[in-house]
Design a protein around this ligand. Structure first.
Ligand code: ATP
Ligand code: MG
Length: 230
């Protein structure tokens, strides 16, 4: 297996379509150095989700190259890919089970101490302790139902525990109340750490914490610069 990745991503002459004859990414070239936080913005249908899903390998390129630390993504084993690239989806996905089990998805070997440390790291520990049965609260049961912001924080704790080199996040468009939004924002910043991250950003506050902003239009990067430049 590949050692833990550093997280450099490189698209070269990448072409992608969904197989219906329409090209979504025409001749795409992009290098993302390890550790960079990249905000991806653009109109609906621009190709933002397609771009990040290629990195999570939901699909393979039609032609060209996409590498992680110089290794073709489609040559990585599923295990190496899962360990190194984690995608946090828009509607934070929780399954029936306890809060602890939901955080440990992908790390079933994790100890309670590791689970709680991950929750603490992203600022989820306090609200979890306040639930009827703390970490043992069933998220599908009455009293265990979590708000949208709390679900986001649980999914951040899950990603923190998985500790991938590359983090992909399709930011939720659903609006949160201000205190929740602040908590989620703080959790996101702590989750980012030194990882490479691509965030489809819907909030200005997220664009502002990025090292780099890519504006995508019709499957092409039409602007590429720091938040201050754009
Ligand atoms: P939004 O802001 O609405 O999420 P987006 O920038 O994420 O938009 P994509 O979802 O990447 O855009 O879509 C880019 C193009 O690919 C669109 O023309 C869309 O219709 C098409 N597309 C997306 N998913 C599929 C699919 N599964 N099969 C075929 N075409 C698709
Ligand atoms: Mg999208």
């Amino acid at each position: 297996p590949l050692p833990a990745a550093e997280g450099r991503l490189e698209f070269r002459d990448a072409v992608f379509g969904y197989g219906d004859g329409k090209v979504i990414l025409p001749e795409f070239d992009l290098t993302i150095p390890a550790g960079q936080t990249v905000a991806v913005v653009g109109q609906t249908g621009a190709g933002k989700s397609t771009l990040v899903k290629l990195i999570a390998r939901f699909y393979d390129l039609s032609s060209g190259s996409l590498t992680l630390d110089g290794v073709e993504l489609n040559e990585l084993s599923q295990a190496d890919l899962r360990r190194n690239v984690v995608m946090v989806t828009q509607e934070a996905f929780l399954f029936s089970g306890t809060v602890a089990e939901n955080i440990a998805l992908g790390r079933p070997d994790a100890s309670d101490a590791e689970i709680q440390a991950a929750a603490q790291a992203v600022g989820a520990h306090e609200f979890i302790l306040a639930l009827p049965e703390g970490y043992d609260t069933d998220v599908t049961k009455r009293g265990g139902r979590l708000s949208a912001g709390q679900r986001q924080l649980v999914s951040f704790a899950r990603a923190f525990l998985a500790d991938p080199a590359v983090l992909i996040l399709d930011e939720a468009t659903s609006s949160l109340d201000l205190p929740s939004e602040r908590l989620v924002q703080a959790g996101l910043e702590r989750l980012l750490g030194n990882r490479t991250a691509l965030i489809i950003a819907h909030r200005l506050s997220t664009v502002e914490i990025a090292d780099r902003v890519l504006v995508v239009h019709d499957g092409r990067v039409v602007e590429d610069g720091s938040p201050a430049e754009l």
